[in-house]
Design a protein around this ligand. Sequence first.
Ligand code: GLN
Length: 304
Amino acid sequence: MDYQKILESIAEEVKPLVKKGKVADYIPALAKVDINQFAMSVITIDGAEFHTGDTKMNFSIQSISKVFTFALAFRELQDRIWSRVGREPSGNPFNSLIQLEKENGIPRNPFINAGALVITDMLFDIADNPRQKLLETIKLLSGGADISYNKLIAESERANGFRNAALANFLKSHQNIKHDIEEVLNLYFCHCSIEMNTRELAKSFLFLANGGVNPEDNHQILTLSQSKRLNAMMTTCGSYDEAGDFAFRVGLPGKSGVGGGIAAVIPGKLAVAVWSPGLNAKGNSLAGIKALELFTTKTGVSVF
Ligand code: GLN
């Protein structure tokens, strides 16, 4: 399969869409990102790499970080996590409060903000310094030695994080946040602020294409079963209230973020990361989804 040729034709085809979305503007630090950018990287589990576009540009991974926090919690706490967070798609916006009240403070899944806050809380039970542990894990997976939290973005998230604070407080009222709310929110804002480029992002998802094992160093991150389950959850819950349409159009387990990044995997084959900061109404990259749709169409491969 000539992935390079396919990526180049996709980049050409999505060009008209790149300017059509709207960059995230809930915080000033993201609102000033130049919309006119597109990058896509494919890395196979054998280590072959294919790139097109602005693949050296760092962007805010935002909610994609929820995959890494979830993987850490799932690895350490295993099925104990399910008493505090569900695994059903929410069908609601990622920052919605509405289901939490009806469902007694148990978030629908770990990839909406409420669920991710519960997972972030769990990280304090599995590491003395969860901030450092998370970053080390991401550096190891992505090969990006200089990956770090972006202080400006994290600060900006904190200054405007009223909804996330409301979610955390509501969860705490149901005893579903065990640690200090401020500490949990700070770690949550930090992990949302992590920056990567598409190459690093694709690389960091390769373990999910390879049964939980990082193909680069054979390090087992998750068991085969955990990796399968994480992928199932990305398929059903990885793009908020657009997960159904993402499955319909793209047909891969994937996770999006409001920074305009999306990472996805074809189990047994490869990881693919795409970035274009213009978002659609659901908060997913407009050109990014189209690019992934074209990728599975042109390669003829999807999990379905
Ligand atoms: N930092 C964002 C928030 O908490 C992340 C949302 C996202 O990428 N969907 O609202």
